[in-house]
Design a protein around this ligand. Structure first.
Ligand code: PMP
Length: 399
């Protein structure tokens, strides 16, 4: 009997599985709106100019690759803090934030989850319904019971805010609440500042533990605008977690550049928390990789490169917005007469299109347009060339 005879085949990752299906489709006109990746106007994954310039500078002065400190490159961690909390924010001046470099946003979430499990093993975790696929798996693999709070209201094509708040109001103290800081994945619907204010008040009153997942800073309204939610949590005097991802905002998906920041009550407390985060890292992968974080640190720390990055990020954000409007127009032209304004109300890379699983399957099989069965499409993969086909296909299944 072989050692692995009893090993069961695990289910395929639904979105990566969709990718495999896309790659195997012989249809020459196929369009992939499944995976959450930004493509440029020519349908290409961009290499940002700020990244290329930083890498050229690094190549001109090559360095040996020693081990990094367990918490990563100090200049990188500092740059992350500046971006997330505002460079001259009081919380940073007071050294109340523990930040560690992580392997992508996923790594930041995982370090946070493992630390929380040691801190409060019996805590419940609540994620939004629906949420990024990996939230549930990640927190349950860290040993938590994962439940959800209502978020999407299909009938309203918007947020079930009353349901969300009611759910938070019945959560027991210590419950970890995973929140999408901006550009909610998968729906594209974000809370308004006034709604955030109510969430902050509820979290505070119920003594819940906020964990803000910030995977798309700069893709919604702008870097500072998308980070404003962080200021609301700070203003309430709360301790909280923030995971950061640069996968999208730097188009550095494969470099796995992210971070975890934990806001604490004092500098002394932040020091103790940091020491525990380091244990989590040390016992998982010892220390993080050098390249991607060095690129990001160099870009964020060099004024000219940083300006270029902000311009390029704005370019991505505005192109996505233009594609949202163009999709609405093209759907109207194709004869869809229902109100489609929700598409331009949504933020970030995704749109919950309102289409059901059967319609999404028809999009694939009849038109070669690949989106997720939940109705999620990646608007950041639309361009002038594929838009007419996508709109025709969507219009056909909506009739
Ligand atoms: N959180 C959310 C909401 C995401 O959408 C993603 C990426 N799809 C991540 C975290 C993970 O980011 P990364 O690829 O940097 O691990």
């Amino acid at each position: 009997m072989s050692l692995f005879a009893a090993v069961e085949m695990a289910p395929r990752d639904p979105i990566l599985g969709l990718n495999e299906q896309f790659n195997a489709d012989p249809n020459p006109a196929k369009v992939n709106l499944g995976v959450g990746v930004y493509f440029d106007a020519n349908g290409k994954l961009p290499l940002l100019r700020c990244v290329a310039q930083a890498e050229a500078a690094m190549q001109a002065d090559p360095k040996a690759r020693g081990y990094l400190p367990i918490d990563g490159i100090a200049a990188y961690d500092k740059a992350v803090q500046g971006l997330v909390f505002g460079a001259d924010s009081a919380v940073l001046q007071a050294k109340r934030v523990a930040t560690v470099q992580a392997i992508g946003g996923t790594g930041g979430l995982k370090i946070g989850a493992d630390f929380l499990k040691r801190l409060n093993p019996d805590a419940q975790v609540l994620i939004s319904d629906p949420s990024w696929e990996n939230h549930r798996a990640l927190f349950s693999n860290a040993g938590f019971q994962v439940g959800s709070y209502p978020y999407y209201d299909a009938a309203k094509l918007g947020i079930n805010f009353d349901g969300m708040l009611a759910s938070l109001n019945t959560a027991t103290a210590g419950t970890v609440i995973v929140l999408h800081a901006c550009c909610h994945n998968p729906t594209g619907y974000d809370l308004s500042p006034a709604q955030w204010e109510q969430v902050v008040a509820t979290v505070k009153a119920r003594q819940l533990v906020p964990f803000l997942d910030m995977a798309y800073q700069g893709f919604g309204e702008g870097i500072a605008e998308d980070g404003a939610v962080i200021q609301q949590f700070l203003a309430a005097g709360l301790d909280f977690f923030v995971s950061t991802s640069f996968s999208k905002s730097f188009s550095l998906y494969g470099e796995r550049v992210g971070a975890l920041s934990v806001v604490c009550a004092s500098a002394e407390e932040a020091g103790r928390v940091l020491s525990q985060l380091k244990i989590v890292i040390r016992t998982n992968y010892s220390n993080p990789p050098t390249h991607g974080a060095q690129v990001v640190a160099l870009v964020l720390g060099t004024p000219a490169l940083r300006q270029l990055w902000e311009e390029e990020l704005a370019g991505m954000r505005l192109r996505i917005r233009a594609m949202r409007s163009a999709l609405v127009e093209a759907l109207k032209t194709a004869g869809v007469d229902q109100d489609l304004s929700f598409v331009t109300r949504q933020k970030g890379m995704f749109s919950y299109s309102g289409l059901n699983a059967a319609q999404m399957q028809r999009l694939r099989s009849e038109f070669g347009v690949y989106g997720v069965d939940s109705g999620r499409i990646c608007v950041a993969a639309l361009n002038e060339q594929n838009l007419p086909q996508v709109a025709q296909a969507m219009a056909a299944v909506m009739r």
